[in-house]
Design a protein around this ligand. Structure first.
Ligand code: GTP
Ligand code: ZN
Length: 186
């Protein structure tokens, strides 16, 4: 449960600590506003992303399904600055041929993005949620993102892209499955 009062108090302390005046007109409502925003952008903390996959269909489909270029914004847990980009997800249904509504894959992305994150773990959590929720033959996740902590501060390398992946089941075991996925998401 997100404690908006505690967030607002902390933001007020931080504004004072950077030497600004939290009582000046422009900042007076900022602590509460940031608290409401945190409730929105960290809404995935207590959720199990596999729950997003409960509504499925046994279509008997046994070929690869891909949803690519799913846009997301998340917050890097090191600096609490955004990192943003796209996720590509592919899976091959299991022996029951169970598939989910395509939007449910994007819901999994939303759930894991709305936590303090690192990009590697985000890929892992998406892949593991699909394994748990769908029991597929295999799943592949590739994420390409730009990190504000590397563009607006620190090393300042705008345009540099971080790529991470997580492969499970047939995507990890079979080079041909992996190659099919990688060529389709290009
Ligand atoms: N592996 C990984 N690293 C990340 C991610 N997001 C941010 N980082 C890195 O986290 C690291 C934190 O490094 P520190 O040395 O503790 O912090 P810092 O002094 O602010 O580091 P600089 O960014 O190099 O200035 C940095 O190298 C960031 O680039 C991510 O999603 N995955
Ligand atoms: Zn960072």
């Amino acid at each position: 449960m997100i404690d908006e009062k505690a967030i607002a108090a902390a933001v007020k302390t931080m504004l004072q600590a950077i030497g600004d005046d939290p009582e000046r007109e422009g900042l007076r409502e900022t602590p509460e506003r940031v608290a409401r925003m945190y409730t929105e952008i960290f809404a995935g903390i207590d959720k199990n992303p596999a729950d997003d996959l409960k509504v499925g269909y046994e279509l008997g489909h046994r070929e690869m399904v891909i949803l690519k270029d799913i846009p997301f914004h998340s917050m890097c847990e090191h600096h609490l600055l955004p990192f943003s980009g796209v996720v590509h997800i592919g899976y091959v249904p299991g022996t029951d041929g169970r598939v989910v509504g395509i939007s449910k894959l994007a819901r999994v992305v939303e759930t894991v993005a709305r936590r303090p994150q690192i990009q590697e773990r985000m890929a892992t959590e998406i892949a593991d949620a699909i394994v748990e929720g769908l029991n597929p033959d295999g799943v592949g996740v590739v994420i390409a993102a730009e990190h504000m902590c590397m563009t607006m501060r620190g090393i300042k390398k705008p345009g540099s892209k971080v790529l991470t992946s997580a492969l499970r089941g047939g995507f990890a075991k079979r080079a041909a499955t992996r190659a099919e996925f990688m060529s389709l998401i290009q």
